[in-house]
Design a protein around this ligand. Sequence first.
Ligand SMILES: *[C@@H]1O[C@H](CO)[C@@H](O)[C@H](O)[C@H]1NC(C)=O
Length: 452
Amino acid sequence: MRSLIVLVAAATTLTVRARPPIRGASPLAGDFFQRALQNTWRAVEATLGWSDLTGLGGYGEPFVAPDKSVYQWLASNDDFSKITKLIKYDESIVNLLDSSQGLTFFAPDNKALPSPRHRKDVHSIQVYHQDALPQLWSHVDILDEGDDDDDKEKKRRLFKAILHQVLLYHVLPYDSTSTRLGVNSTVQTALVAKDGSFDGQPRRIKIEKTLVPPAITLNMYAKVIQGDIEATNGVIHVVDHPLFPPISILDTAYMLPHWLSTTTSAAQKVHLEDALQYHYVRSQRDKKGDFEGAPDVTLFAPSNDAWKKLPEKLVLYLFSPFGSKALRKLLLFHTVPDYLIFSEWIHDARKEKDGNVVASGVEFDWEYTFPSGLKDHTLHVHITKTTPTIPVPGIAYFELQVENEKAETIDIVGRNGALHVIPSVLDPRKNDHLDEPNWEDWEDWLPKWGEA
Ligand SMILES: *[C@@H]1O[C@H](CO)[C@@H](O)[C@H](O)[C@H]1NC(C)=O
């Protein structure tokens, strides 16, 4: 059995090296070639099976904590003294992790705070998120100081409020092994939105699971380095970065400039902040402010490459003062206001009660037409969830298409909604009978359409 595993592992390594990027069209490999490789890949995955993450991290032997609660386990382990210290400032979190039954806790170890491990594949979004809790951590002394002046006291209160939210975002209200984590594309946390955004729903975490090497990545930046530590009241997964509650979808897009800078400049240029951003604005008169912007929205964001596929003259036109109206309309066509569209959880924020139109289950094939942010225009969304032919626990594949365009990255979570990255700019004329979106004749219709 062991030698078989070694063999399969060796074969897998070879396959990995030979594996071209499956996302996005490669100029050399035709669709057929891609698909064939993808099938091979899936077959290898299926043969290998999902070996869970236990023991693969830097923590040697798998942990078992048969007689300790999640909190007790953290508090008794020197590698987690920093997160334990933070938890201790918040009695409600201590209680949650000590006495409630059935939960999952993503535990950043001491190395994750304050200076995150150096990683080569750092996105700018990671830099932002990496900074968040460490920054909080570096101010932690404020909590130990005696309450002297009002200003300090105010800071302390603010710190505690943020800390409470951040810690809750590390908790799932059910117990989920690493095997179970991988079957969902996003999961709901114990942190419920209370700022008017996300329709007051629990905030979510994006889960990405790869088999070789076995890895689970949360929100694109935090890696589970040790999974499945079983405590009496739940399960702990050690992460190499703290998690931070999501920011607005436009801010999230700003954090990914190598990917989405054209879309964000376009949004900025035509002042679409209010349709995509949700943030706190301090009022001028008194000190109190309020949240402004779009509380619930989904954005299908064309990648930088998508914009490059358009005729050059068209892009120049769109980004010129003459093209502003058309650009604004075009971008609005890529949004769905009032809906939080994740591949397994679709929430209609306009409904008073029960706005969940859930596509869920082990497998599904789900289609729906949503009203886009551009009046009288709809977007057709098709989502599938499949499992490998040979059933392997803990593996599921997701695909999301909008107007027949397959998203290259799905389910990026924002404070105020969902972000999916698509490889083409969508054509509002809905010419989806054409094989390739054709923009060559744009001069005949687009300027007029922009003015209409
Ligand atoms: C998560 O995945 C499981 C198994 O595939 C499924 O039954 C469940 O409905 C999913 N959860 C959501 C919220 O869709």
